[in-house]
Design a binder for this molecule. Sequence first.
Ligand code: GDP
Length: 143
Amino acid sequence: MAVERTLSIIKPGAVAKNLIGKIITRFEEEGLQIIAARMIHLTPEQAQAFYAVHRERPFYPELVAYMTESPIIALVLEGENAIARNRDLMGATDPSKAMPGTIRGDFAKSITRNTVHGSDAPETAATEIAFFFSQADLCPRAC
Ligand code: GDP
């Protein structure tokens, strides 16, 4: 297994409900290291660009509206197999199908308001990390 980096977003509804600490605790207790963190209130243009892969989908306007309603926390998580481990912690995209004990299973309200984002592959992780962070923003523990 390789050490990977993945982008996590704590979405607006979770930030608004003071769930930042509870969600970050799940990452840390899993042994993933937070090597970058940033709070940002996305503009519509930024949210559209981040989710551009979904621009033809019917839920795209609702997704962009949700992601811009209040600030998010963007995080870079690092660890062995971090991409899949973060996806396991997150649970299924649709919270009604997410297992109890997962972040979405425990905190999410709907498929749009589903608490967290996590990269799904090494290529998307690299692109998504670069969307929010420069190389100088990343602070791996070995530094
Ligand atoms: P993820 O990787 O689990 O976040 O899922 P996707 O990359 O497929 O979708 C991105 C985001 O779009 C999801 O986290 C949801 O917030 C939203 N989304 C995906 N599929 C649907 C859907 O069928 N309906 C609605 N309303 N939103 C969706």
